[in-house]
Design a protein around this ligand. Structure first.
Ligand code: SF4
Length: 585
């Protein structure tokens, strides 16, 4: 809590989804800490209320408020959103509307409130270009501070919003959509993106060069109700050495930067002590790739074990999963085990550069079953480029082999076995070698899901799949351009926020909104792009070069893998973002 009289800038840090999701988000915790460390700035949390609550608020004429002070969001200076999932675009509108703030940037003519967004979805901010004043591209720890400081200066000097935005566009990593005009060719593709008023030709993402010394919150807010990831979370490194070709996170978080083991042990213990949590989870894109993982587990368990606190390790890979690490974690509590082979056949795993063999997967399962685990979850993606029915059937085969591995090696067969196969629908993502690909149609997804379901060979294997309707909209939004802003606005007006939640997702609202705005959604989701097409996100520079993405795409077509970054640097270009050209040292 801060004293209102002593602050000059009120910052509403908004998460466009519910409290339970937003409070689990590490980025929110980091930015909340960073901003509140600024004297004169008070940053508070805002989440999207659940529908029954927002209906009552609307009926009673109560505008949305921030959690710390209880003051209405519309009284804040800066409204900052963290957007990590395309379906949350509607949540952005929900928060603005419930706060009584005009939705469109052009309707907010004053400097205050300033509305901006950051997070992984801002690598293609175009679908919400009409609503935000600016986007921060990349890691926000420093850039958000710079935007906030510039805003304070602008407020003091009485700048207009236009003056502020022109100046803000000069900050590295800041993208101001209104300073770019987009032209279209008769076939609907983009013919030109033109910057105005001194805006840069390309916006280069921000990174924190030295993660080890950068701010990490250990005095976090303990949630007031159970949240989805209700535990302490320790970020161990950013980036990923693997280069899976479908994975946006793996490409946009480059270069790889790790924290020292000693720093992590210290931060982890502090986090547990201050929060009172009884579980700590090590977070990264691929936890088993942390070089000193054994040492880190030992360091944390020395403190945890006597206090009955547990350690969980999500994001383990099937090819370097070790019994040694597993035994360490098992000491306190057995957590669920999940592997993500992503594709059923070796050919398709090579296409996506997963670099995991069937032998790796079965060996890891054997290790787990021998170690007393009785269940494993296997994640796959459907609709990957070049996929055939054989690849789908290979998922069923692999699950069956995992079952046989349990039968052969389980140390404890009394409790039975649970093998869960989950498939999601592949969504081509910007900034990856698959950014030019078409998504399978919904009908094709449904056919493939049925094919797999009909071919699962044992009752001990449960098969879950994601609905293709949501994935289709996800693809439209991920690959879309600014012509989608009116569509998003009309969907919001018809169906409200919380669009990622099954109970509020309305296929009809989307269909109607596309029709009303003369948009064919298949143009975005189901169309393969030519390699020289100007993509809506082409002015954003993540460090990784177009040449690298094209090279990887070509290799995928030949089902050839690339070495991981530790075996051999493939020269993706990301290390040029570091002043000294460092990567994964
Ligand atoms: S610069 Fe090299 S090591 Fe670093 S992410 Fe790119 S390919 Fe990997």
């Amino acid at each position: 809590m801060k004293n209102k009289a002593e602050v000059d800038t009120r910052f509403a840090l908004c998460f466009p989804d519910t409290y339970e999701i937003g409070m689990s988000n590490l980025g929110m915790k980091i930015l909340y800490g960073v901003l509140n460390n600024l004297d004169g700035v008070w940053c508070e949390r805002v989440f999207e209320p659940w529908r029954d609550m927002s209906d009552e608020m609307k009926a009673a004429g109560i505008p949305l408020w921030a959690l710390e002070s209880g003051d209405p969001v519309k009284d804040f200076d800066i409204i900052g959103f963290s957007v990590g999932y395309e379906m949350s675009f509607l949540g952005v509108l929900d928060i603005l509307a419930l706060s009584g703030i005009p939705l469109r940037s052009a309707e907010r003519t004053e400097l205050t409130p300033l509305v901006f967004a950051g997070g992984a979805c801002m690598y293609n901010a175009e679908p919400i270009a009409d609503f935000i004043d600016l986007a921060v591209i990349g890691e926000g720890e420093q850039a958000d501070l710079e935007v906030t400081e510039l805003y304070r200066r602008a407020k003091k000097l009485g700048w207009t919003k236009t003056e502020f935005l022109r100046e803000a566009a000069k900050i590295r990593g800041v993208y101001v959509p209104s300073l770019y005009s987009v032209d279209y060719a008769p076939d609907g593709t983009i013919s030109a993106i033109t910057p105005h008023d001194g805006a840069p030709e390309r916006v280069t993402k921000r990174i924190i060069e030295d993660l080890d010394s950068s701010f990490f919150p250990t005095d976090i807010i303990v949630p007031s109700t159970e949240i989805v990831h209700d535990r302490a979370v320790l970020e161990i490194f950013r980036g990923c050495i693997r280069g899976c070709r479908f994975c946006q996170a793996g490409y946009v978080y480059r270069p790889i930067r790790s924290k020292k083991c000693s720093t992590l042990v210290k931060q982890g213990i502090e986090l547990l002590k201050k929060s009172g949590y009884e579980e700590i989870s090590l977070s990264s894109l691929s936890t088993s790739d942390y070089r000193a993982l054994g040492e880190l587990c030992d360091g944390l368990l020395d403190w945890c074990e006597p206090r009955k606190a547990s350690l969980s390790l999500p994001s383990l890979r099937a090819d370097n999963f070790s019994m040694e690490i597993m035994k360490k974690v098992q000491k306190v509590r057995k957590s669920g085990l999940t592997f993500a082979p992503e594709a059923g056949s070796q050919r398709l795993r090579d296409v996506i550069n997963k670099n995991v063999t069937e032998e790796d997967i079965l060996n890891s399962c054997r290790t787990a079953f021998e170690g007393g685990w009785n269940g494993v979850k296997l994640y796959f993606m459907m609709g990957l480029p070049t996929e055939t029915d054989e690849d789908i059937l290979a998922i069923a085969d692999l699950a069956f082999k995992v079952l046989n591995t349990w039968k052969k090696y389980a140390s404890n067969k009394n409790r039975g076995v649970r093998i869960t196969v989950s498939t999601s629908c592949f969504v081509p993502k910007p900034m990856t070698p698959f950014q030019w690909e078409a998504q399978d149609t919904m009908e094709e997804f449904r056919r493939k899901q049925k094919l797999l379901k009909d071919n699962m060979r044992s009752g001990a294997i449960t098969y879950n799949w994601h609905d293709s309707e949501v994935s289709f909209i996800e693809a439209v939004l991920a690959l879309g351009d600014r012509r989608l802003s009116p569509v998003i606005e009309s969907v919001y007006k018809k169906a409200g926020g919380l669009a990622a939640w099954e109970e509020y997702f309305s296929e009809t609202a989307w269909e109607e909104a596309f029709a009303e705005n003369g948009i064919d959604p298949a143009f975005y989701a189901n169309r393969a792009r030519s390699l020289d097409e100007i993509l809506p996100w082409s002015i954003i520079d993540t460090g990784v070069t177009q040449a690298h993405l094209l090279r990887e795409r070509e290799l995928s077509r030949e089902a050839k893998t690339s070495p991981n970054c530790r075996e051999k640097c493939s020269g993706c270009g990301a290390r040029r973002l570091d002043a000294e050209g460092r990567c994964d040292d």
